[in-house]
Design a binder for this molecule. Structure first.
Ligand SMILES: *[C@@H]1O[C@H](CO)[C@@H](O)[C@H](O)[C@H]1NC(C)=O
Ligand SMILES: *[C@@H]1O[C@H](CO)[C@@H](O)[C@H](O)[C@H]1NC(C)=O
Ligand SMILES: *[C@@H]1O[C@H](CO)[C@@H](O)[C@H](O)[C@H]1NC(C)=O
Ligand SMILES: *[C@@H]1O[C@H](CO)[C@@H](O)[C@H](O)[C@H]1NC(C)=O
Ligand SMILES: *[C@@H]1O[C@H](CO)[C@@H](O)[C@H](O)[C@H]1NC(C)=O
Ligand SMILES: *[C@@H]1O[C@H](CO)[C@@H](O)[C@H](O)[C@H]1NC(C)=O
Ligand SMILES: *[C@@H]1O[C@H](CO)[C@@H](O)[C@H](O)[C@H]1NC(C)=O
Length: 642
């Protein structure tokens, strides 16, 4: 019996050579001797808890898709230079093997620039600091040297997983939509050469650009880069592909980002795209023999501080949810209208799919968690790092802190209080919370340089929040746009000097010392300026503070849930069991609940913490609660003035 099996394996491995290539003459991909057309599922392993990868891949397969397409998030894998992480949700090799285990092909978008509405477009922000001071996405050594080192590390992990070597990877992407950024063919050509050095010759390297963008984003002809394009529902696919033929006369037509939905921004309504048009457009593409990637099949979540930002007359930050209105929701349930729109089309081209429709997962709800004030954020400022005449504008980049919050503090000269002076903050990136003598006085947004009056006897403290590095456009390589800190502070029009620099790690806010309400009230009263709470009493200082609470779960309750952060809260960070889940901002919308995967909950006591940056004393303390609910709410009203 064993011998028979062995023979069968030998025979089958001899009969079809394992190969994947472009048949230029016949405008097609060939896989093991057969024409291959792919419809791939866009999903990003780094936006999904690894325990759920298998379910997300399987759901895609059930819709008739035959490949998975993912970006690689360099900045998540290399948070500090030379310090790599390939564990847990970043175990890319395991993800790729799971794709193969379900008999799907894999398209790997290495970049290393990926955009993706991800912090700094996937690049590590330390590129902006010393010694690199990188001109990103150019041939600048400060950029190319770290890129090469990264490819040198990634290459050996990926190479055994290429199709020719027995793995599922059929194509690797170089750069991303570079044509929207620059037009240096030497840079693209050098980058392509480094890819060949580290990933080898046995794989198709490709680029992706919007229609027309490939003139700058790719190289003319066929080698070494295969040119693909991206466009959504409603574009004239036949015309777009016909135009591409002028640039690249032969080869299969590929849409690498066919949009099933669209991205979200804080302060802007949740994006939605209709299901019916999606099916019609997909049908048109497949009828043209095109291969298509659904961007996204499943968006996932920008957990932690991974969400990015765009720049359009100011910073526009992306929320924590990356649902994308994709066919498979952020929480893994399929949206049946889009699901069937796709499955009906794939059935037409690849008939015989018998897989069952994925069932919705059971959710946890009906739990309220009462929080108590456990401290003030200013108590969390770390050791003084340095005193400077003027504030360091590139605070984060100069001091090697690339996320969260930093603080600048000026000590008022003893006996010389600043009485009703006019304060102005210049060049705030991205949002400042101003406190005098420990009392919250003002929020300053990046796009505003408001003037306001303050009185300070002891200190002026300015907390500056990083809302995500810009991940798109020329602003990425402009040091006047891409820095986190503030430029100067004026008092009655004069530049104010002597600033101490501090950092705050927002995840590490499980207070070193417990502060009870009375103690906080006393602290506030000690300071000369009194603040009023929601009842008009001189009690709690407003502004950045930390709230904590606990909830107990039994084994049967370890399910996915949504943390409903109601309008009692303004803006901040949600931390569960010491894991930073993400940013919340009900003052801005449209996201009001944060997806909390059940795999991060535990039997027994769970802890929940909010680092609330703005207001809390405008509400009665009885409202200091958050709710675990079984329903998401990510398409709520928005407030452009938040
Ligand atoms: C699609 O491919 C088939 C098989 O090679 C061919 O007969 C057909 O003409 C192609 N259709 C288009 C629109 O190119
Ligand atoms: C999919 O096909 C089924 C069976 O033909 C049909 O009932 C259903 O309306 C279709 N759904 C969509 C969204 O096209
Ligand atoms: C703000 O301070 C300036 C300078 O001290 C003063 O002239 C002005 O009246 C103050 N404005 C308000 C609204 O208090
Ligand atoms: C801050 O102001 C000082 C004094 O005018 C000036 O020398 C310095 O360049 C300013 N800093 C920035 C970042 O503009
Ligand atoms: C912040 O604190 C957390 C928890 O102590 C720690 O795991 C993390 O590495 C810290 N982050 C930075 C950037 O220091
Ligand atoms: C708050 O101040 C009052 C009056 O000075 C004092 O009796 C009380 O012990 C203080 N409470 C705390 C927690 O420091
Ligand atoms: C969130 O909580 C608020 C306040 O209790 C409630 O009005 C709202 O319906 C909740 N939303 C969800 C999605 O549970």
């Amino acid at each position: 019996m064993l011998l028979v099996l062995l023979l069968a394996v030998l025979v089958s491995s001899c009969s079809a050579k394992r190969e994947f290539y472009i048949d230029w003459e016949n405008d097609r991909f060939v896989k093991d001797g057969e024409t291959f057309q792919y419809v791939s599922a866009g999903m990003h392993y780094f936006r999904i808890p690894h325990q759920y990868w298998e379910q997300r891949i399987s759901a895609a397969k059930s819709a008739g898709l035959n490949a998975v397409q993912t970006y690689v998030a360099w900045n998540a894998h290399e948070p500090q230079p030379g310090n790599y992480n390939f564990e847990g949700d970043l175990d890319i090799v395991r993800f790729i093997k799971q794709v193969q285990a379900q008999d799907m092909a894999l398209i790997l978008r290495v970049g290393p620039y990926i955009c993706a509405e991800w912090n700094f477009g996937g690049l590590p922000p330390w590129l902006l600091g010393r010694p690199y001071l990188a001109q990103v996405k150019t041939s600048d050594k400060g950029y190319m040297v770290p890129v090469i080192e990264w490819l040198r590390v990634l290459g050996p992990m990926i190479k055994p997983l290429l199709y020719a070597n027995g793995g599922p990877i059929i194509m690797i992407q170089v750069e991303n939509e570079y044509g929207s950024f620059g037009c240096d063919h030497n840079y693209i050509s050098d980058l392509a050469n480094y890819f060949q050095e580290f990933f080898g010759p046995d794989i198709i390297y490709f680029t992706t650009d919007g229609p027309g963008g490939y003139k700058c984003g790719s190289l003319p002809g066929t080698e070494p880069l295969f040119t693909t394009i991206d466009f959504g529902v409603g574009s004239d696919a036949a015309a777009d592909f016909a135009k591409l033929r002028i640039f690249q006369p032969h080869g299969p037509s590929v849409n690498s980002e066919f949009y099933t939905g669209w991205l979200d921004h804080w302060k802007h309504g949740h994006s939605k795209r209709a299901a019916d048009k999606l099916g019609v457009s997909l049908d048109e593409l497949l009828a043209l023999n095109a291969s298509v990637n659904l961007y996204m099949w499943h968006g996932g979540t920008n957990f932690g501080l991974s969400s990015g930002a765009q720049y359009r007359n100011g910073l526009i930050a992306n929320p924590t949810s990356y649902d994308y209105d994709a066919p498979q929701s952020e929480w893994g349930d399929v949206k049946l209208d889009k699901y069937w729109a796709i499955r009906n089309v794939t059935e037409k081209y690849f008939p015989g799919n018998k897989m069952p429709v994925p069932q919705d997962s059971k959710k946890l709800g009906g739990i309220s968690v009462k929080l108590r004030l456990t401290g003030l954020l200013v108590d969390q400022i770390g050791p003084k790092t340095l005193l400077k005449k003027y504030p360091l504008p590139h605070f984060m980049e100069e001091l090697g802190v690339f996320e969260g919050i930093v603080a600048y503090q000026h000590e008022v000269t003893a006996g010389k209080p600043l009485l009703n002076v006019e304060l102005q903050l210049l060049g705030v990136h991205d949002r400042a919370y101003v406190l005098t003598d420990g009392n919250f006085v003002q929020v300053v947004k990046r796009e505003e340089e408001v003037k306001f009056n303050v009185t300070a006897y002891k200190t002026i403290t300015i907390l500056v929040e990083n809302m995500g590095y810009i991940g798109f456009s020329k602003a990425m390589s402009n040091y006047d746009d891409e820095y986190k800190g503030l430029k100067n502070v004026t008092v009655n029009g004069c530049v104010w000097t002597n600033w101490n620099h501090y950092r705050i790690n927002v995840t590490d806010t499980s207070m070193r010392r417990k502060v009870d309400m009375e103690e906080v009230a006393n602290l506030s009263l000690q300071n000369q300026v009194k603040t009023k709470n929601w009842q008009g009493k001189d009690l709690l200082p407003e502004g950045p503070a930390v709230f904590s609470g606990e909830f107990v779960l039994d084994k049967s309750q370890l399910l996915d849930t949504f943390v409903n952060i109601t309008e009692s809260w303004s803006k901040g960070y949600l931390i569960v069991n010491n894991k930073l889940i993400g940013r919340y901002w009900p003052d801005a919308g449209p996201q009001y609940t944060l997806y909390l995967p059940g795999v991060w909950l535990r039997e027994g006591t769970n802890t929940i913490r909010l680092v609330e940056l703005q207001s809390h004393s405008s509400h009665p303390p009885s409202d200091y609660s958050v709710y675990l609910t079984d329903k998401p709410y990510i398409d709520g009203p928005v407030n452009p003035d938040a």
